[in-house]
Design a protein around this ligand. Structure first.
Ligand code: 13P
Ligand code: SF4
Length: 305
């Protein structure tokens, strides 16, 4: 896209946003030009709080489907638009209410913690939700010795390292974060020996073990601001580094080879403009599922600081 085209699109998006009383929420993994147009950027927890609080009538969610669905759960009377209907999260599809039911039957009475990276239907079949920012706190808040944790086995494993409760793990994983291996992150460390290494808890245990900090993407934003280090290796999705670099021009952020989430990259400026022009693609949730899933998300918001 030429610079004039981009500028025209940005102007049009801003005009439509203001005319229609819309707000643009963007996840930290969005491509740079989408990050630049967002009214609010954040991690899953920060964006769900924003979605619950906004006065706007329309939420344009620049992220993946489960995030837009969570926004709709928390703002049921608002119109929530996902600019590309196919922007999903493969990990969220690794658990369904049916497969979860089998495990619940094997562990009667054991509460289910659903990572926010799940469908509304799976949330409806769970007891409480969590994000990477509050997973340990949520598990600790439960009055139970055992917890079923779905779907990410790496995030669940990271929680297990920090609690005495027994975590019954699911076999899900994020294909983007498992590409961050001891070799790729070690490579980045070798190239930048003075750098600190920060990683997302969706990375495998052997990567987390060698990191200086394990953080949600919102946690990375705060860490990047506060660290004295001048070089930081960012062990998560590639475009996270764009935000960190923009906000901390005096430091240098290094990405890890291959860590790209193709679904996050599906949201582009032309699709954001088209979403506002045509009011597409609207998130709708079966009301019966929505009521139960909302309770699961609201319990999380009440239990996390
Ligand atoms: P955060 O909640 O840390 O932003 O993570 C969301 C996600 O999908 C990570 O892959
Ligand atoms: Fe899902 Fe992984 Fe993409 Fe996050 S980075 S949205 S967990 S596929």
């Amino acid at each position: 896209m030429s610079q004039t085209n981009t500028e025209d699109l940005v102007r049009e998006i801003r005009r439509l946003r203001d005319e229609k009383n819309a707000v643009i929420l963007g996840h930290n993994y969005q491509i740079p030009e989408v990050q630049d147009i967002a009214d609010y950027l954040g991690d899953s927890l920060e964006l769900s709080r924003k979605a619950a609080d906004t006065d706007a009538e329309i939420i344009v969610f620049c992220g993946v489907h489960f995030m837009a669905e969570t926004a709709k759960l928390l703002s049921p009377d608002k119109t929530v638009l996902l600019p590309d209907a196919s922007a999903g999260c493969p990990m969220a599809d690794m658990v369904t209410p049916e497969t979860l039911e089998e495990v619940k039957q094997q562990h009667p009475g054991v509460p289910v913690v659903a990572y926010v990276n799940t469908s509304a239907a799976t949330k409806a079949a769970s007891d409480i939700c969590c994000t990477s920012a509050n997973a340990v706190q949520i598990v600790e808040s439960l009055d139970a010795e055992e917890v079923i944790f779905v779907p990410d086995r790496h995030l669940g494993g990271w929680v297990q390292e920090q609690t005495d409760k027994k975590i019954i793990l699911w076999d899900g994983y994020c294909a983007t974060h498992v590409r961050i291996s001891p070799e790729t992150s070690g490579d980045a460390r070798d190239k930048h020996p003075d750098a600190v290494v920060i990683v997302h808890p969706e990375t495998p245990a052997e990567v987390r073990r060698h990191a200086d900090a394990v953080l949600s993407t919102g946690g990375m934003v705060r860490y990047a601001r506060e660290t004295e280090a001048k070089d930081v290796v960012v062990g998560t999705e590639y475009d996270m580094a764009y935000r960190l670099q923009k906000e901390n021009p005096d430091k240098t952020f290094h990405t890890i080879r291959g860590a790209v989430c193709p679904n996050m990259k599906k949201i582009t400026l032309p699709k954001v403009a088209e979403a506002l022009r045509k009011m597409q693609y609207r998130i709708e949730i079966d009301p019966e599922i929505a009521d139960r899933a909302r309770t699961t998300v609201e319990r999380m918001l009440a239990a996390s600081t």
